[in-house]
Design a protein around this ligand. Structure first.
Ligand SMILES: [Zn+2]
Length: 179
């Protein structure tokens, strides 16, 4: 079901907007492009009751995530527990403190599972029958997210941020149906 809560990208530096396509940097000042949401539209449909009625994953907040359709990768990601940290609360002088335990996140026990699941779901929307390149630790996470298809080596250095690892391409062709 298509939703219209996310329809453009916005430069963090100058505020220029761009279509919600595979772009990442502003052509005027090289500022990063971020998802721009229609919060008024979101506020008209998204309620606490609706969120609580959904499955226990980060996708229960999908109107606030930069995809247009339903998620196709990492459907189980998120909804990690909050752990009460009384000693930490006392040390920093607050009444109560909770720590988000993302070491039990799925599938790789990392907070990065969240961003990879969103990135791959969005890539599938943008690149029909195509692929996406992830480098470094993200490539391993990507492989886990699409483990049934497995990584496909491109055989070239990614060149990103000095990374020496080879870039890996992951199947986004729905051959494995997501997870
Ligand atoms: Zn800009």
């Amino acid at each position: 079901m298509a939703r219209k809560f996310f329809s453009k990208l916005k430069c963090r530096e100058c505020g220029r907007t761009y279509p919600a396509q595979a772009l990442h940097v502003c052509e005027f000042d090289f500022g990063p492009l971020e998802a721009d949401y229609d919060y008024e539209a979101i506020g008209s449909v998204l309620t606490r009751k609706l969120i609580e009625s959904r499955s226990d994953s980060m996708w229960r907040y999908r109107e606030l995530l930069p995809i247009e359709g339903d998620p196709t990768v990492g459907k189980q990601v998120g909804f990690t527990p909050l752990v009460k940290a009384d000693r930490l609360a006392k040390a920093i002088g607050v009444k109560a403190c909770y720590v988000k335990n993302d070491t039990v996140n799925h599938p790789t026990l990392s907070f990065k599972d969240r961003v990879v699941a969103v990135a791959l779901s969005r890539a599938r929307e943008l690149i029909q029958g195509g692929g996406v390149c992830l480098d470094g630790k993200f490539s391993k996470l990507g492989g886990s997210e699409c483990g049934q298809c497995g990584p496909r080596k491109l055989g070239a250095d990614s060149g990103g941020l000095g990374a020496k690892q080879s870039a890996e391409q992951y199947c986004l062709r729905n051959e494995c149906g997501g997870n």
